[in-house]
Design a protein around this ligand. Structure first.
Ligand code: ADP
Ligand code: MG
Length: 259
């Protein structure tokens, strides 16, 4: 079987004539952990909004050969595409387990949802382990720490069997330890041969965990490749640090060591 991949071709999103995403071409293979970075307003969120069916776009975005552009959000989700938002959208009054159950139920018939099950389904139990929330399965999601809510949201995508996961700034507001946990979680998910796209602001996090990077600027792809390659790219340095020559120390302070 051919590997699954996300292929974006000439993707464009305009808001009243303002072009937020401008003829973007981008491919991400299954197993990759692709970071999408770029300054505020670069079009990162709009790009994943377009791929997940939240905003209208022109051009093409296919996953596993299926065209996503022009389809409704729920149809795109059924094609194995899932995304998270910067602010976690879990059901606060329900337990962690119930949240996962509901997400898993999106794939089950309403009849099987009505039947009471005596045990936790294997896929849900496995996901609890994967996202490190087994001990909190019966806790209301509302009491979870910020980081744990993000992990629950990622778990909700996993039980839906999302094959393409797009995460919008998953580590914003997390402690250093939570960021590392999240990075390792994302690596495990990518290692399961899923396709993972992470929109991020946090350069340290990006350097530690990105397998590959695409830099967006003013709606266009500015640079792409390994962490080292985009850090060393003068166009990326110019966008992040301004025009002109920058010392190694200046670059390192913004884009990290080794740039
Ligand atoms: P990023 O996530 O990279 O910070 P966004 O994708 O949120 O950037 O925004 C890209 C640009 O599109 C920004 O200039 C933003 O103001 C604009 N934009 C985003 N959403 C809308 C909208 N619904 N209507 C009008 N302009 C928007
Ligand atoms: Mg954004």
């Amino acid at each position: 079987m051919q590997a699954e991949y996300l292929e974006i071709t000439d993707l464009t999103v305009s808001f009243d004539g303002f072009v937020a995403v401008d003829t973007v071409n981008l491919s991400v293979l299954a197993g990759d952990l692709r970071f999408l970075i770029g300054p505020n307003g670069a079009g990162k969120t709009t790009l994943i909004d377009a791929v997940s069916g939240l905003v209208a776009a022109t051009g093409s975005a296919t996953f596993d050969g299926n065209e996503l552009i022009g389809r409704k959000e729920h149809r795109i989700a059924r094609l194995g595409v899932g995304r998270t938002f910067q602010t976690a959208t879990v059901f606060e009054e329900l337990t962690v387990l119930q949240n996962l159950d509901i997400a898993a139920g999106a794939k089950r018939s309403s009849l099987s949802l009505l039947r009471r099950r005596r045990s936790v389904p294997a896929a849900v139990a496995e996901t609890l382990e994967t996202v490190g929330l087994t001990d909190l399965a019966d806790a209301p999601a509302g009491i979870l720490a910020h980081g744990q809510k993000q992990w629950l949201e990622i778990g909700m995508l996993l039980v839906q069997d999302a094959r393409l996961l797009m995460l919008d700034e998953p580590v914003a507001g997390m402690s250093g330890e939570e960021k590392d946990e999240t990075g390792r979680l994302l690596q495990r998910i990518a290692a399961e041969n899923r396709t993972v796209v992470v929109v991020e602001h946090d350069m340290d996090f990006m350097r530690s965990f990105a397998a590959s990077v695409t830099v967006l600027h003013a709606g266009k792809v500015l640079s792409e490749g390994s962490v080292e390659k985009v850090q060393a790219d003068p166009r990326v340095q110019e966008v992040y640090l301004g025009p002109g020559h920058h010392t190694e120390a200046e670059v390192a302070a913004v884009l990290g060591e080794g740039a």
